[in-house]
Design a protein around this ligand. Sequence first.
Ligand code: PHE
Ligand code: FE
Length: 280
Amino acid sequence: MNKWIIPQDWNAYGPAEHTMWDTLFARQVALLSNRAAPAFLEGLDVLRMSKPGIPDFTELSQRLQKATGWSVVAVPGLIPDEDFFENLANRRFVAGRFIRKPEQIDYLQEPDIFHDVFGHVPLLANPVFADYMQAYGQGGLRSMRYGSIHRLARLYWYTVEFGLIRDGAGLKLYGAGIASSAGESRFAIDSDSPNRLRFDLRRIMRTKYRIDDFQQNYFVIDSFDQLLRETQDTDFGPLYADLETQPEIEISAILPTDQVLTRGTQSHVARGSVDWNSRN
Ligand code: PHE
Ligand code: FE
């Protein structure tokens, strides 16, 4: 349903808001050049608009349409799951239109336009990832009929938001929650604190996640093709039923069946997030 979509009202942004975008953009580009997946860095080009400052969704959508048929539309904030899935299933990415205030530059609770657009849009220009996001939306609508949205939400969290990828170039980030965060883009790649485990669909759908701090476990895919194949070729219906008989997995657990790429010290948690941020 389109009932949540509102005009972006690009002309209403003031100079301070455009400056905030430019500041965040420059900072993240510098941090990501050697940390983000090549596909993410290539996709950043669609964000280089003809006007400086916050991207105008009209121009942005024209560019994305050309690349993969996706568009970006503004919504007032978080919208109901069904409407979120419905938009994804139709290749529409819903984004907030407000930008964080200067005092929120390093942390805010609600996703703003910088997270939504800088974090998510680059990979929507990648044909394989673009297909994954649409399939996810269709799968989301399906998950509602099984009462299993929470399992699918975990898949989104550990891939779309906090996913890592390991390719010829080594370990790289692609998740939007990492890519839009100065602290977490360093932490996810450079820190010896978190565990990095090989992507495992069933395992992820049993795993809790934390929203209040950097992740303690990251899941690493080999390629976007692998991610699309393994999720699209699996019928989640029987999987959802089967997972109901399995115990939940804690946010920092390592199981005997996990393929561990790096075993973390978890020192960040022991030390507390304020400490880590101030040291870096
Ligand atoms: N194959 C999933 C299902 O049967 C749909 C899906 C595809 C979900 C890709 C997430 C990502 O519901
Ligand atoms: Fe997000």
